[in-house]
Every structure is written in C-alpha cells, then in structure tokens.
Design a protein around this ligand. Structure first.
Ligand code: FAD
Length: 406
C-alpha cells in the first residue's frame, strides 16, 4: 500500500520521517532528497564546520543506521520533478513515479540571486548546502580576502569564521545597518561594532554594482559609489527564496511560500508542507509569515506527523532562532512585529545583555539575548504568556525575570 512520501531530505523532511515513526505510523515512509546526503544540519556550515571545529559526521541529523532501524527508505541524489495530484503520485527525474497516501513537501529554500553582472564568475559563491560550504571553505584562509554581499546572519557568521581562519572579510550591506530585516537597532549596532573591532570592514548604506573578474574568476566588487573592493572570492548572502516550484506547478503555492495551517496542511488534504518552503500562521501574533529556522522546521515536522497519525496538533511554540559569532551566542525568541518600545537589560559593553521589544499594549513581543541565556529563556516564556511587563522590571537586573514569567 502507498505510504508517506516526503520530498526534501533536509532538516524538516528528516525530522518528519522520525516523528511519523515516533507517533505510530506503521506504513512505508520514503524520504526523497536531491542532495546526495542523509539529512544534515545547515547551521554549522557557516559556523563550527566552516572553522573546522566540526566534521561532516557531526552534521548528520541522525546516523545512517537510524533510517534502516526505523524502516525509512531514503532516495538520495533524486529530484522530484512533478506531483500528479489526481493520480496521487510523484514523478522522479529519470521517469520513475511513486504513489503516495500522504505527501509532505519539505523542499526548503534557495539562495536569492544578485542579478548583477559578474554573478556567473568562478568564486562567486552562495551558502546553502554542504557542497556550497566545501567551495567556501576552499577559498578561506590566511591572507585571503572575501567580499561578502549582504550583512544578514549568514554573511556575518561567515565574516566571523573567515576572521577565525585568518582571512580578511568585507561586508557590503545595502541598508544602513547590518541585520536590518531581522534584528532591532541595538543588536545591529552592537554586532556591527563587534565585527569592526575584529577587523571586518563593514560597509553599510552601500550598494553593489557588479562583480569584476579576471581569468574567469571574481577579483573585485564594484560598488554603487564607484569604489572597488578587491577580493579573492565573493559570497552572496542576500537571503533565500522558498523552493515552491513543485507546489506551484501543482496549484498549491501562495505569495511568499506554500500556505499551510497549524497542522501543516496545504489546500490538498493529502499534502502537507513544512519548513522553509511554507508560509504559516503565527497564532501569538495573529498573522502569517515564512520562518527560516531549525526550530520552525522541527515544529512543523511535528505538526504534519501528528496530523497524518490522527493526533491533535501540538501546542504552538514561540518562534526562536540562534546565531554564533566570535564568542557571542545570540538567541532570539518571538518576532518584533510593530514594536512600540525597546528595553535594554544589562550592558552591551560587558558583552552580555538582552533587548526586549514591547508592543503598544506593553506585551513582550520578542527578546534578543547576547550571551544571556537566562534572559532568553525567561523572555521566551514572557512572549508565550502574552503578558504585559513594566519596562522598569525588565531593566532591573537585580530582579530574576524567570519569576515574572512563572
Ligand atoms: P532544507 O534544510 O533546505 O532542506 C530542503 C531539502 O529539499 C534540500 O536538501 C533540497 O535539496 C531538497 N529539495 C528541494 N527541492 C527538491 C526536489 N524537487 N526533489 C528532491 N529534493 C528537493 N537556522 C537556525 O535556526 N539557526 C541557525 O543558526 C541557522 N544557521 C544557518 C546557517 C546556514 C549557512 C544556512 C544555509 C541555514 C541556517 N539556518 C539556521 C536555517 C536552517 O538551516 C533552515 O531553516 C532549515 O534547514 C530548514 O529546513 P528545511 O528542511 O525546510 O529546508
């Protein structure tokens, strides 16, 4: 009998296969992935792995024997090219087709392209897969200089790793601060300063005009103001686009990702979608968004597996995210939609602090914590409780926040 077919063997797809078994699915599970690897973690690709502090084995989500023991059939290096909804089958590259009782789309996201002259040159890189990371690692080393287009999380993490490897890094950011889309002013300022102190050249309010080549490989970035940044390689880190081509061809896409509900259901009752490719409800904020994070991939994997196994949907979690740069551990909980006030707790000069973003009604919408895990944990609870907290209490480092949240 047909079972569950999962398209995309990344963090979300690999997790869904595991949760299906954990929740009691007895039928076949087939996990199909375009990459040649079993599901692995991407976060270290810009951090520990890039700095050579972790090996490829450390990246694997689960050891190979797990898939045998759990009777999860993996089809790696295999691309799904179409979904035939009336026939309930997926078509693989090469002509084979597989039937499904349930289909889970976990196709992730792809790096956004620059769309500028020189993008096709050698040593113009992006970072999504382990193969991308191998190519990046090969150009980083003492005396090398990398130009990083985009001061988002990936760009900044790669800059920090490049410094650790003895390479020079220049970050070119179009907005007037790094992390403009994803962090508040205070955190952006703190991180921008820290990168400069570590020797990274951080150019903000700076546009890129073209990548220049020599002998077919990138050798400089030409900026909008005419300046030229010589380099040995370019990393383009300007965000990712949801991979929705299969879903779109099957009539299941929406603007900005595959639309799903809190059980990860698409408009087709037999098809779920999870992870970076989806646009999902955020019940705490009464809106929808596409989240690109490991915790979200895991949460939606649970939602889909629970629904397929006939269980109620899990209790919605507070969205969260982390990043590591130098000796800084950033942890962010919640999303600062329409913030009215930012409250600082602790002292950025000491390298440990948290910023709480409050809504107009005084509720904690989000917390950004730098080397402040207790504030992160308490902040996450405050976000979940949707409880207004007086700013003076948040500022008072003599007061244990976890008691407020209890
Ligand atoms: P993916 O992990 O991208 O998996 C999707 C898979 O589907 C891919 O392997 C793709 O090849 C495959 N696929 C797509 N289409 C097809 C098809 N038609 N047929 C077959 N296979 C297909 N998140 C954090 O929370 N914290 C971090 O610190 C962090 N750091 C990151 C650093 C880097 C360098 C990157 C790239 C991401 C980072 N993320 C981080 C984000 C996190 O890795 C993603 O949110 C997560 O991987 C999403 O999982 P996913 O399964 O939805 O997508």
């Amino acid at each position: 009998a047909p079972g569950v077919v999962i398209v995309g063997a990344g963090h979300a797809g690999g997790s869904a296969a595991a949760f299906l078994r954990q929740y009691g699915w007895k039928g076949p599970i087939t996990l199909i992935g375009e990459e040649p690897l079993l599901p692995y973690q991407r976060p270290p690709l810009s951090k520990a792995w890039l700095k050579r502090e972790a090996t490829a084995d450390n990246l694997a989500l689960r050891p190979a024997r797990f898939y045998d023991q759990q009777r999860i059939e993996t089809r790696l290096g295999t691309r799904v090219i179409a979904i035939d909804r009336p026939a309930r089958r997926v078509l693989l590259e090469g002509g084979e087709s597989l039937p499904y009782a349930h289909l889970i789309l976990a196709t992730g996201a792809r790096p956004r392209r620059l769309g500028l002259p020189g993008e096709a040159l050698d040593r113009v890189l992006s970072l999504r897969s382990a193969a991308d990371a191998d190519a990046l690692a090969a150009v980083l080393g003492p005396g090398r200089r990398i130009a990083i287009i985009g001061g988002g999380y990936i760009g900044l993490e790669v800059a920090a790793s490049a410094r650790a490897l003895g390479a020079e890094a220049v970050v070119i950011e179009r907005e007037r601060r790094v992390l403009a889309r994803v962090a508040g002013e205070a955190l952006s300022a703190f991180l921008g300063n820290r990168h400069r102190a570590e020797g990274v050249e951080v150019l903000t309010s700076t546009t890129t005009e073209a990548i220049e080549g020599e002998g077919g490989a990138a050798c400089a970035v030409r900026l909008g103001d005419g300046r030229r940044i010589p380099c040995d390689a370019v990393l383009v880190g300007i965000g990712a686009m949801p991979e929705v081509s299969l879903a779109a061809a099957a009539g299941l896409d929406g603007p900005g990702g595959i639309e799903v509900d809190l059980a990860a259901r698409t408009a087709d009752p037999l098809i779920h979608a999870i992870g970076d490719c989806t646009r999902r409800p955020l019940p705490l904020y009464a809106r929808e968004a596409r989240l690109e994070s490991v915790p979200n991939a895991i949460e939606q994997a649970k939602q889909a597996a629970a629904d397929i196994c006939g269980r109620p949907p899990p209790v919605p979690e507070v969205p969260w995210f982390w990043s590591d740069q130098y000796n800084l551990r950033l942890q962010i909980a919640g999303l600062a939609f329409d913030p009215a006030e930012a409250v600082l707790r602790g002292d950025p000069a000491e390298g440990s602090f948290a910023v709480f973003h409050l809504g107009a009604d005084g509720r904690v919408l989000a917390v950004e914590a730098v080397n402040a895990p207790a504030d992160f944990m308490a902040g996450r609870l405050l976000v979940a409780r949707q409880m207004p907290v007086p700013p003076a209490q948040l500022r008072d480092t003599g007061l244990a926040l976890k008691e407020l949240a209890a």
